[in-house]
Design a protein around this ligand. Structure first.
Ligand code: ADP
Length: 610
């Protein structure tokens, strides 16, 4: 994806200017003001050092000239002169090396610290956002990650460019110009006149390269993506004998990439050549002018001044040679900064919390005329009214997409309804302290997210204070203990290596460890085999006692013994009651029940069992 597309994906166009960018970066740099002050001082010292060669050469040439034409030439005097010149130049180099080291080190320290602070700030922000942020278009994990990675990288590079690269060069250029003007106004003016020509060439180069840089970047991403696709889909590619198709696709992309790279190199070399040429013209002009002034005995213009001005002019043109790279980097930073600061400044996305923190939670939910629409416009819940009784098991039944998981998401305050009210123990959900609410709810979801880490860490996530014995007990309750112990590293094995069904049991163990009064089970046995399903059902039945449980399942066996059942269709309740009574009522529940029984071939099973 090109950088341009990326900024469009974020729904923004590049409006931020360089001033705006620096203003936004300033709060991140300010905490390091002392480091900054040291860096700037060293920068200034370094810039001053850069002028020493010119001054020394000016004096040395004049001294040699005097020595040769004064009539009193002596080798001892020449040796003394050379000794002084060498001592000054070597001393200066030594000092300059220390200064450059310090300046780079402190500059880099600022960059690394700013980069760390930017990352920490963005992680903190993301953790505070409500769920709807993550399901909004453009905020998919991959895109969000690219926005953050690129943002942090290019913003900290801007800091580096500014403090380590540009500032020393520009300070040196300004000092050199001042020295040139002080020595001779005309020479100073010639040096100054070359600068705008450089700027024009650099700006044109930047413009010509911009589109191509994006193309190169886009093709590069496509190539990476293509290779990843091949690795991920290797089974499909091989089973369909499509190796050649994939090979040809990659070859075409590589061809495109080669052309683009060659094209950008050509433009780049052309402009670099042009800039070198202009620089040489500048140097020639300076030599001619200074030589002319020396020959015409212009006051203050000695032969040493020719070298003096040529060397100083070199200091003036040095930063300008770097301009193009810095211009490119800044352009990138402007694009990425939009997406990055878009995340930092999305205050409206921060999750709201009330302050209600009761001593204990009963678990009586009441939903009244609730409507809810996802960010993409899916109207998932319509005029929904239902009661979830404390201490009882309530089942939600309905076809896929009926809105069952959405209800659970609303009850956990992951999303806020568009209209209607939801109360828990008589208190509106928005008045509840969100952390207190979630501490009292345990969830086992369809997709149980196992983190990269050990099995113990994953179970302990349910209660970080739990002892290892408690972790083991939870694993036993979830019927996964024996399987964990059979692994070479036991509880220290990587959880992501477990099978889908094992991971689900880890998630159930995590919920057992949390031991909350309210439990939401969304297809808790979806990826388990029959034996494991039976074990888990027994375990869940055991902890159901005295807790408020909401269970969503396509497995009739798991909902048939609930206390109350809601049948949902397109986001609202179409039937409710006790499972046994509902079946005799007919309607959608009976249809689902019968279809489920048929799909399980219940008649045949009954025959076998009898
Ligand atoms: P169920 O759990 O009954 O299968 P869901 O509550 O998951 O149904 O989904 C209800 C509707 O909301 C579906 O049309 C689904 O596509 C949509 N939906 C679910 N999650 C999201 C989401 N994060 N963003 C947008 N739409 C969603």
């Amino acid at each position: 994806m090109s950088t341009q597309n990326q900024s469009k994906d974020n729904g923004q166009t590049s409006k931020m200017g360089i001033g705006g960018l620096l203003k936004k970066l300033l709060p991140f740099v300010l905490p390091y003001r002392w480091l900054l002050a040291i860096t700037l001082t060293l920068t200034f010292l370094g810039a001053t050092m850069s002028q020493v060669n010119a001054i020394v050469l000016d004096k040395a040439v004049d001294a040699i000239n005097d020595l040769m034409h004064s009539g009193g030439f002596a080798w001892s005097k020449a040796a003394q002169l050379l000794l002084v010149v060498s001592a000054v130049l070597l001393g200066k180099e030594l000092l300059a090396a220390f200064i450059t080291f310090g300046q780079r080190l402190f500059g880099e320290k600022i960059r690394i610290n700013v980069s760390r602070d930017l990352s920490l700030r963005v992680v903190k922000r993301i953790l505070s956002f409500r769920m709807s942020f993550f399901s909004a278009e453009g905020n998919e994990p991959g895109k969000l990650q690219t926005r953050i990675d690129r943002g942090v990288m290019s913003l900290s590079n801007t800091v580096k460019n500014f403090f380590i690269d540009i500032l020393p060069l520009f300070t040196s250029a300004i000092l050199a110009l001042v020295l040139m003007f002080a020595a001779n106004v005309y020479v100073g003016l010639v040096a100054l006149a070359i600068i705008p020509i450089y700027f024009v060439i650099t700006a044109r180069q930047g413009k010509r390269m911009k589109g191509w840089r994006r193309n190169v970047f886009g093709t590069h991403q496509a190539l990476n993506h293509g290779i990843m696709n091949i690795i991920e889909s290797i089974g499909v590619i091989k089973s369909f004998n499509r190796e050649q198709v994939e090979d040809d696709r990659q070859a075409a992309l590589q061809e495109q990439s080669t052309d683009q790279q060659m094209h950008t190199r050509r433009i780049s070399f052309l402009f670099e050549g042009l800039k070198s040429f202009v620089e040489q013209i500048g140097t020639v002009l300076i030599i001619i002018l200074t030589a002319y002034l020396v020959l015409t005995d212009y006051p203050g213009m000695t032969i040493g001044k020719i070298m003096y001005h040529v060397l100083l002019f070199n200091n003036v043109s040095a930063p300008i040679r770097q301009l193009h790279r810095i211009y490119d980097d800044l352009n990138d930073a402007l694009i990425y900064a939009e997406g990055f600061f878009g995340i930092l400044e999305a205050d409206h996305e921060v999750e709201c919390s009330g302050s209600y923190r009761p001593e204990s939670v009963k678990g009586d939910f009441a939903l009244r005329h609730v409507d809810f629409t996802y960010a993409n416009g899916t109207h998932a819940i319509r005029d929904l009214t239902m009661d979830i009784a404390a201490g009882k098991t309530t089942a939600l039944v309905g076809l896929s997409g009926a809105g069952k998981s959405t209800i659970v998401n609303l009850l956990d305050k992951f999303y806020t309804p568009d209209s209607g009210t939801i109360t828990l123990d008589g208190v509106p959900l928005q008045d509840w302290d969100t952390q207190t609410l979630r501490e009292n709810i345990g969830m086992v979801l369809q997709k149980n997210h196992i983190f990269s880490g050990t099995i113990e860490e994953n179970i302990r996530y349910g209660n970080p204070q739990a002892t290892f014995e408690e972790v083991e007990h939870a694993a036993r309750q979830a019927y996964i203990y024996d399987q964990i112990m059979a692994l070479p590293d036991g509880f220290q094995s990587q959880a992501l290596q477990l099978s889908g069904g094992q991971q689900q049991r880890i998630a159930i163990a995590r919920m057992f460890l949390k031991n909350p009064p309210i439990i939401f089970l969304d297809e808790p046995t979806a990826s388990l085999d029959a034996i494991a399903t039976e074990q888990i059902k027994a375990a869940i039945d055991a902890i159901k006692q005295g807790r408020t449980v909401i269970v969503i399942s396509h497995n009739i066996g798991q909902i048939i013994d609930s206390d109350h059942l809601y049948v949902l269709e397109t986001g609202h309740v179409v039937q409710q009651g006790h499972p046994a009574e509902l079946y005799h009522e007919g309607g959608l529940y009976k249809q689902i029940f019968d279809a489920s029984a048929r799909s399980m071939n219940v008649d045949k099973i009954a025959q076998e069992l009898s």
